[in-house]
Design a binder for this molecule. Sequence first.
Ligand SMILES: NC(=O)c1ccc[n+]([C@@H]2O[C@H](COP(=O)([O-])OP(=O)(O)OC[C@H]3O[C@@H](n4cnc5c(N)ncnc54)[C@H](OP(=O)(O)O)[C@@H]3O)[C@@H](O)[C@H]2O)c1
Length: 250
Amino acid sequence: MKIGFIGLGIMGSRMATNLQKHGYSLVVFNRTRSKAERLLGPCGTFSNSPAKLAEQVDVLFTMLAHPDAVEQVALGADGFLNHLRPGALWVDCSSVNPSFSKRMMAESARRQVHFVDAPVTGSAPAAVEAKLIFWVGADPPDLETIRPLLLCMGNKIVHTGGHGGTGRRTWGLNRLVIRFIAWHARGRTVSGGETGQDRPPQLRGRVSIALDAERYASRDRERVRNRCRHAANEYCQRNVPTCHARWTCD
Ligand SMILES: NC(=O)c1ccc[n+]([C@@H]2O[C@H](COP(=O)([O-])OP(=O)(O)OC[C@H]3O[C@@H](n4cnc5c(N)ncnc54)[C@H](OP(=O)(O)O)[C@@H]3O)[C@@H](O)[C@H]2O)c1
């Protein structure tokens, strides 16, 4: 299996290094070539364009800054999507929105490329230590193909259902839950009581998840966490029916 990796920034370079540590040879591309240098050698070759890279690989990982970057590298001049072989897998780990992923899935399907959305939680240290969590929206056989590769870079895989944005929706929800818990904890210690004024804008209106801060500003922080996780589980069941990920509640 030949593997390609595009996007060798803070996260991508560390993820690619971990694949190499497990003996996988990579064909890599990065807009700024200098960032690829330390991956080159017996286990790494540089390709001059995403298109040329795509012609050589069976599985392609992308770890790019934002949707515009992904779109440019996939579908722009010298983009890779028209050059991947039918049946090849494109695993996009970049943080993008679910609707963008759905569009990329449709573009991939049109070219008989199997799309996997696989955003991660964990920052640079977790990427170095191969402790990322992957939130994967993929057809089960595709996940099985890439599972050993993901486990070189992370230590947990949450299969959220079929491809086309389920990984990202659940990943986003998880971030929301974490933010709410952090906000709640911070609010209590900083102001000594909840006013709701410092509630992050992302949480406003997300009643099913954010709950009612004042109501739950009790001394029982664990209860708040549990309510929050229950709400997240309900939300997930309702909105991402294929997702079997569940937050643990007491
Ligand atoms: N850093 C974290 O802690 C963290 C944690 C979880 C998830 N993420 C997500 O992981 C993704 C990558 O993050 P990062 O921290 O590795 O970012 P980064 O260091 O800024 O790297 C971004 C990558 O995208 C490339 N890029 C940006 N715009 C481009 C364009 N228009 N055309 C082609 N390539 C372009 C950059 O190429 P150049 O090198 O040429 O600029 C670089 O390879 C993001 O979606 C981020 O939200 C980051």
